[in-house]
Design a protein around this ligand. Structure first.
Ligand SMILES: Cc1cc2nc3c(=O)[nH]c(=O)nc-3n(C[C@H](O)[C@H](O)[C@H](O)COP(=O)(O)OP(=O)(O)OC[C@H]3O[C@@H](n4cnc5c(N)ncnc54)[C@H](O)[C@@H]3O)c2cc1C
Length: 473
């Protein structure tokens, strides 16, 4: 009798365990054919390409150890999948769903093509705790505000089952026609020297994701409520790139945290709600598919953003003269990641003090973050610039000096990423331009020579932003 074959199409679910599509196929077929298609039309940043390559290497090795072969392709997924089903005797085809508008459209077409060719096709949720179309308020509309959204979702998620029992499954060990080598996807540009620095900070892959979660629960999670706001303390999970590439699922993360005896309820609730923000971003993206490019609040179409000017590059590279902003932007450029508190500070500085369009920030983050995520990034930028559905109020313009003094009180974070400020005292670490000339000389930090003077006046630009917001309200 012929073997029953099913294809699992890997996308942002680069793991073999706790993978709903693989688990479903395991029940239906004798062997699973694992494929990965690099779709050049899907947006991906420079640093994410590196992560993707490493993650695929790791996944390919895991599959090889299970006597299988991960087949790589590049091009239009519809054409590639159509040719795979023509060349092979496939009974089932499945994948885990994505929620950005491009993937939704593309996948709909692929699913209907498969069904028209009598191939049984099924898709699953593994990327979110709850899918956007399932979450509605009492009036039947989607939630636009996070707090009631999360209250509702958390209640549902608490009762969802997560099975720790791993399924047994077998992969097919053969090269499909037209499959190529991972290297032929040409994901990393070896000439981009700045990205080389980033690599040493991270270890992509499923087993590393599991280790990261375990280590977080054992040593950091019970201080998370503090760590969430303190960039000077390494107390957040750094799970974001693993969650983005699906090397670990949000459901496993949710369950392992909520069932842990190591974490008190305050820290648990805080952490779980952040997973909620991740879901909420996709809730917004699903209902506002244009939000990657356009403000959710339409009145922002008339917002008087300034034309891109030389301040953008100073912001990107961390030479604004505002220490906490520069530390954040340099952390991003050197490590591919930035603490959430600082993402908000640099975002507020770009869109309010520099009055530059949030899209400039969205694009820079997307290219340089290891966790660049189409939903969370757009939602983060719309929130901080004030144009999102559930945005920070327009008058909340972060004062980067006060933020620095509150959340990096000794200046350790600033000093780590801005070495020019190494010898500046605690009193002036967040406002070094206020030091006397004598003090500047004695700590080898002469403003305008060793470290830039602020590129804008914080008070003046705050007032300018307030007037701009009033002009559209
Ligand atoms: C302007 C801006 C842009 C952002 N861009 C991205 C992005 O491209 N990709 C991304 O994953 N996150 C983004 N975030 C959210 C957040 O900063 C990161 O998820 C978080 O800093 C990742 O570090 P962590 O894994 O240690 O987080 P933890 O604090 O340990 O949180 C655990 C997980 O919850 C999720 N999470 C936490 N905070 C948020 C949030 N505010 N919104 C959505 N999900 C959240 C992440 O998946 C994270 O891994 C952005 C925030 C802002 C303000």
């Amino acid at each position: 009798m012929a073997l029953k074959l099913g294809v699992h199409w890997f996308r942002q679910d680069l793991r073999v365990n706790h993978n709903p599509s693989i688990e479903a196929l395991a029940k239906r077929v004798d062997k699973i054919i694992p494929i990965f298609i690099f779709d050049p039309k899907l947006r991906i940043g420079s640093v994410s390409k590196w992560w993707l390559e490493q993650s695929l290497k790791n996944l390919s090795e895991t599959i090889r150890k299970k006597n299988g072969k991960l087949n790589f392709f590049i091009g239009d997924p519809l054409k590639i999948i159509s040719s795979i089903i023509l060349e092979n005797n496939i009974d089932f085809f499945s994948w885990n769903r994505l929620y950005d508008p491009y993937s939704i459209n593309r996948d709909k077409k692929i699913k209907s093509t498969l069904i028209s060719k009598d191939i049984y096709c099924e898709t699953f949720n593994s990327y979110l705790l709850n899918e956007p179309w399932n979450i509605k308020n009492k009036s039947g509309y989607f939630f636009k505000v996070f707090t009631p959204y999360w209250r509702f979702c958390n209640e549902i998620t608490r009762f969802k089952k997560f099975d720790n029992q791993l399924q047994n499954f077998k992969f097919l060990n053969s090269n499909l026609k037209n499959s190529i080598k991972l290297d032929d996807l040409n994901l990393t540009d070896k000439k981009k020297k700045w990205t080389n620095k980033i690599y040493k900070n991270w270890a992509p892959g499923e087993s590393n994701a599991q280790a990261q979660l375990k280590q977080f629960i054992a040593s950091k999670a019970n201080k998370y409520s503090i760590g969430r706001d303190r960039p000077d303390q390494n107390l957040t999970s750094k799970l974001s790139p693993y969650l983005h590439f699906g090397e670990i699922s949000p459901m496993q993360t949710y369950k392992n945290i909520s069932l842990s005896n190591n974490i008190n309820s305050e820290n648990k609730n805080k952490f779980l709600s952040e997973l909620g923000w991740r879901d909420f971003s996709y809730n917004l993206l699903y209902h506002y598919p244009d939000m990657i490019h356009k403000p959710i609040q339409t009145k922002f179409k008339n917002f008087p953003w300034l034309k891109v000017n030389k301040n953008l590059q100073k912001w990107q590279k961390g030479f604004t003269g505002i220490p906490i902003v520069d530390a954040g932007m340099r952390q991003l450029y050197e490590t591919g990641w930035m603490h959430n508190r600082v993402r908000m500070i640099v975002g507020s500085f770009l869109t309010k003090n520099l009055l530059l369009h949030w899209k400039n920030g969205e694009e820079w983050f997307f290219d340089t973050l290891v966790d660049a995520d189409i939903g969370s990034n757009a939602a983060g930028w719309q929130w901080i610039s004030g144009c999102g559905a559930d945005a920070s109020p327009y008058f909340r313009i972060f004062n980067p000096i006060l933020q620095g003094q509150k959340f990096d009180p000794n200046g350790d974070y600033v000093k780590k990423f801005v070495p020019e400020l190494q010898n500046v005292s605690k009193k002036y670490i967040h406002n070094p331009w206020e030091m006397s000339e004598e003090s500047q000389m004695s700590c080898a930090c002469v403003i305008g020579k060793d470290y830039p003077a602020p590129i804008v006046d914080l008070k003046e630009t705050r007032n300018r932003a307030l007037s701009a917001f009033k002009s559209i309200s």
